[in-house]
Ligand binder design. Structure first.
Ligand code: SAM
Length: 287
């Protein structure tokens, strides 16, 4: 990277409570040559609150390819730029991806300035497993697409998270209740860090009832977290085709090699294939 190029700072801003911004983020927003913002009017409130009078340019989902090219030129000229979205961490269901990609490809240094992010805030207070999770962005807009989306995740064994709007929270939970078991644990995290912050952990059936009965539970911004499915160990068996592949491999190679190759071919978990390989070998010996 040329020393003369500027840096691109990806700066997280609050998701509600204006206090949720780091000292470093404020310093960077003061020091950069330009702030590229999703909605310049919106971000002005935050900047005014912290006495930041920096120059703003607009970078939103409808102009970001073209705007990013212009900003890349400025970075090449040596200007430093802070990228911010309306709230939270840029790129996470927000604009910024083309800008960051272009900068990386041009060898420009991209510096994360971490802070608020609704999905992480929700997960941190949800009380559901977070060792592994899947973030799905926003759920689909139509009911049929949403039901398909929920069906595909019915057996997902780890926690999954999606963003939802006030217009769709009720429809979304109703669709979910048609597809997922009503006793599945969910967390509805609403208006995080704001005055009406509400974090409800309940079964899907109870959560739906609450949102149906309480109009306030349909107001604001939402993160929905769904507990992973408990997989019935008995259901973890190979298909006949997978078992055939494993048997053929076992007739030619050691257990270790056969299992490694079977993982590559079938995509099935190693532990499951290894156990199946032991069973096949045991059965052969018993013959
Ligand atoms: N980039 C943001 C982030 O880091 O979380 C997300 C931006 S996305 C356009 C906006 C969505 O994030 C909202 O519709 C809502 O689902 C979720 N969200 C943002 N702020 C929230 C808050 N304070 N409480 C709950 N959900 C929030």
């Amino acid at each position: 990277m040329s020393n003369e190029c500027g840096k691109l700072y990806v700066v997280a801003t609050p998701i509600g409570n204006l206090g949720d911004i780091s000292f470093r983020a404020i310093e960077i927003l003061k020091q950069v040559d330009l702030i590229a913002a999703e909605d310049t009017r919106h971000i002005k409130m935050l900047l005014q609150h912290y006495g930041i009078g920096n120059k703003l340019v607009s970078l939103h989902q409808h102009n970001e390819d073209k705007a990013s090219e212009g900003l890349l030129e400025k970075l090449r000229e040596g200007l430093s730029i802070a990228l911010v979205s309306d709230a939270g961490t840029p790129l996470l269901s927000d604009p910024g991806m083309p800008m960051v990609k272009m900068a990386k490809e041009a060898g420009i240094e991209v510096v994360p300035v971490p802070g608020a992010c609704a999905l992480i805030a929700a997960l941190s207070a949800a009380g559901l497993p977070v060792t592994q999770f899947v973030f799905e962005g926003f759920s689909p807009r139509t009911s049929s697409a949403r039901k398909a989306f929920f069906s595909e995740r019915l057996t997902c064994p780890i926690t999954w998270v999606f963003y939802e709007s006030s217009h769709r929270i009720l429809d979304s939970l109703q669709d979910m209740a048609e597809v997922l078991p009503l006793d599945r644990q969910v967390v509805i995290a609403r208006e995080l860090t704001k005055l009406h912050e509400t974090i409800v952990k309940a079964s899907l059936g109870e959560a739906l009832k609450l949102v149906e009965e309480d109009a306030n539970m349909r107001k604001g911004e939402f993160v929905v977290i769904v507990d992973g499915a408990v997989i019935d160990k008995k259901e973890q068996v190979l298909t006949p085709e997978q078992e055939k592949i494993l048997s053929v491999l076992l007739s030619e190679c050691s257990i270790k090699t056969a299992v490694s190759m079977a993982v590559e071919i079938t995509g099935v978990r190693k532990k499951l294939l290894y156990q199946a390989a032991l069973d096949i070998e045991k059965a052969k010996q018993g013959r």
